[in-house]
Design a protein around this ligand. Structure first.
Ligand SMILES: [Zn+2]
Length: 497
């Protein structure tokens, strides 16, 4: 492959390219390593994770509670007593040798003088004594928070890093993603991330040309102020369809909070009132009339069925194919919903979230084997994107998702997922499949002459390593727009760098 400027200039036989480019080119010898198109996460909470990435303690890769405690001790030593020390999800207790959550007493012993918050996905937060005191007499008396409302309720009271730290954190997180071959992402918005307040860091990195991955983003309206803030957004923000570095896509992943359907498939799905659905319809109409797009969180098929009626009605007023509306997650989607989505040109962004769920998040073990129904979705040919939903609900590593799609091996429960894809199919979803959601699949997601040179060089061959080791793959170098944004000098030599 020859790269000229930001684009792929030629593909073909190495000897022929060497003759053609001769001394003009800098030669990077990959020593037979595999090059893949840059990975694109079509649903990740990267901007939110970035805000606290450098102040959080990370348990994503710890193998035991003792290792986790050591990281908390290090953080305590590095900051004044009384400063919060926080672990914010992205790990599962079953990855720990002890296979359990820490206790309040353990955390109190590890950190007597710092308030500590250890969050496990979205289902629990374990505090220490200092944190319980800090949250006050109305805080959780047992030192454990459970469930979405409590976790976000208390979480929003914790201090936020200053803008400078947010910028450092965002840059660090993008760099971490580059280490796993990611070259672009679609930010999903999300709880605790409000537009425009929480977009200042990424905006700064874009304006100062310091992004190391392409960032497409959904505007996330504050809860209860959806109508006003969306109106402000529609009035202020310019669509920028040719911008391949930083581009607003529209409103998501929660344009209208009353239709949020939580996580998991065990409880009966929500039934929305006529008023709620009228509110949803009005908002969708407002967004579409202004020419913008939207995407929405729905883990339940039943939620999609209720929300879709509005899209179908509006599809009679506007051609919606070019809007590429989408649902995210849909772990129990059925064929009928897929057909309805296809009829209006909509797609589904899928992630390995269900691999992190305990068995009690499903109706029964059988359901866990088919959530989401990857094989059926692939064969339906509906537009599909792959991603993580990181950095709280899952690990941000794209190779964990590719591994799960191919092997079906879950983290949170012992049942093996049966809806397998081939390695090639999984990679297609993570590249051109995801690019569809940013309306850039004609440029991103495939290596071809004339397209941007976004690619990753992997440590081992994704197509031939044993299936069980796909999750351990990483990039030795990652290129975006024709230049290396990450490389590991112990693995690869890039002349001039
Ligand atoms: Zn979601």
């Amino acid at each position: 492959m020859a790269v000229e400027g930001s684009r792929v200039a030629a593909l073909g036989d190495a000897e022929a390219l060497r003759r053609q480019y001769g001394d003009r080119a800098r030669l990077v010898d990959l020593r037979g390593r595999l090059v893949i198109p840059g990975l694109i996460d079509s649903h990740i909470h990267a901007l939110r994770a970035g805000l606290t990435w450098t102040t959080d303690v990370h348990w994503e890769n710890v193998a035991s509670l003792q290792d986790g405690f050591a990281l908390i001790r290090d953080a305590c030593r590095a900051r004044p007593p009384g400063t919060w020390v926080r672990v914010t999800g992205g790990w599962h207790f079953r990855q720990l040798r002890e296979a359990r959550l820490p206790t309040v007493d353990e955390l109190t012993h590890v950190a007597p003088h710092h308030p500590v918050w250890v969050q496990h996905l979205y289902d629990a937060v374990v505090l220490n004594r200092a944190a319980m005191e800090r949250l006050g007499p109305n805080g959780p008396s047992e030192g454990i928070l459970r469930g979405f409302p409590d976790i976000w309720g208390y979480g929003s009271k914790l201090p936020r890093p200053a803008l400078e730290e947010q910028i450092r954190g965002t840059q660090a997180f993008l760099h971490e993603l580059n280490r796993y071959g990611l070259t672009a992402l679609i930010d999903a918005g999300g709880f605790g991330q409000e537009w425009p307040r929480d977009y200042a860091a990424i905006e700064f990195l874009y304006r100062s040309r310091q992004l190391s991955a392409r960032v497409f983003w959904w505007m996330y309206p504050p809860r209860g102020q959806e109508r006003e803030s969306i109106e402000t957004f529609l009035g202020q923000v310019q669509r920028d369809p040719d911008n391949l570095w930083y581009r607003p896509l529209g409103i998501g992943e929660q344009p209208y909070h009353p239709v949020f359907d939580g996580d998991g498939l065990a409880s009966p799905p929500p039934v929305f009132s006529a008023d709620t659905l009228a509110g949803w319809h009005a908002l969708v109409q407002q967004i579409l009339a202004a020419g913008w797009r939207l995407t929405v969180h729905a883990c339940r098929n039943q939620t999609a069925k209720q929300l879709l009626a509005s899209w179908e009605a509006l599809a009679k007023e506007w051609p919606l194919e070019d809007r590429r509306l989408s649902f995210n997650h849909l772990e129990d989607v059925d064929g009928e919903t897929v057909t309805r989505l296809q009829a209006i040109g909509a797609g589904i962004a899928i992630q390995h979230r269900a691999a992190y769920w305990n068995l009690d998040a499903f109706r029964n073990p059988q359901q866990a084997q088919h959530a989401p129904p990857l094989r059926m979705l692939w064969e339906s040919r509906i537009p599909l994107g792959a991603g993580t939903d990181a950095a709280i609900a899952t690990h941000y590593n794209p190779f964990h998702v590719l591994s799960w799609m191919v092997t079906g091996r879950a983290v949170g429960h012992p049942v093996r997922h049966e809806e397998h894809l081939t390695r090639e199919e999984a990679l297609t979803l993570y590249t051109s499949g995801s690019a569809w959601f940013s309306q850039s699949e004609h440029l991103l997601g495939r290596l071809a002459v004339g397209r941007p040179a976004d690619f990753a060089i992997l440590n081992q061959n994704y197509f031939t390593v044993p299936e069980d080791t796909i999750r351990d793959l990483y990039a030795v170098a990652t290129w975006v727009d024709g230049r290396p944004v990450f490389w590991d000098a112990s693995h690869i030599t890039i002349p001039g760098l």
